[in-house]
Design a protein around this ligand. Structure first.
Ligand code: FES
Ligand code: FES
Length: 150
């Protein structure tokens, strides 16, 4: 079926299967920053923003995003670069596989929570798993980016 979605501020008309998941639609559209990990709504690496809210695109049927707005990391590049600098300074850069999804979730958090505590940040990011190692450096970098105490 034909659907219309605003992807990174561009209106796109797409032909999709009725049972197609958003992760596939976006990757087929060339947005390869949208990763596939567990495919079971557990790891968060497929996270994109749907109308500004983080969702696991592996479990969102594309047809439900018809006439909605989807943001991937390409749509927030400037902000992602700023966050990436904090990751670099705090030694939080690892393989990078989870970074686009994590950056999108941090971006959503920044717009949703005013003056979040470190505990609230941790809670908000709980759905974004990193397979490389611990989260301490990531948390430190994110707190510095948000300007809150870690
Ligand atoms: S691939 Fe979607 S949550 Fe893991
Ligand atoms: S940095 Fe490798 S999975 Fe997170």
């Amino acid at each position: 079926m034909k659907i219309s979605m605003m992807i990174n501020n561009d209106i796109r008309q797409l032909e999709v299967d009725i049972n197609e998941y958003l992760v596939d639609t976006l990757r087929n559209a060339g947005l390869l920053s949208v990763r596939r990990g567990c495919d079971t709504t557990s790891c968060g690496v497929c996270t994109v923003l749907l109308d500004g809210k983080p969702v696991p695109s592996c479990s969102v049927l594309t047809v439900t995003a018809n006439n909605h707005s989807v943001t991937t990391i390409e749509g927030i590049q400037e902000e992602a670069d700023k966050l990436s600098d904090f990751f670099g300074h705090e030694g939080a850069d690892q393989c990078g596989f989870c970074n686009p999804a994590l950056a999108l979730t941090v971006y959503a958090l920044k717009h949703e929570l005013t003056n979040p505590t470190a505990a609230e940040i941790k809670h908000y990011l709980a759905g974004n798993l990193c397979r490389c190692t611990g989260y301490v450096a990531q948390e430190r970098a994110i707190c510095k980016y948000l300007g809150v105490e870690s």
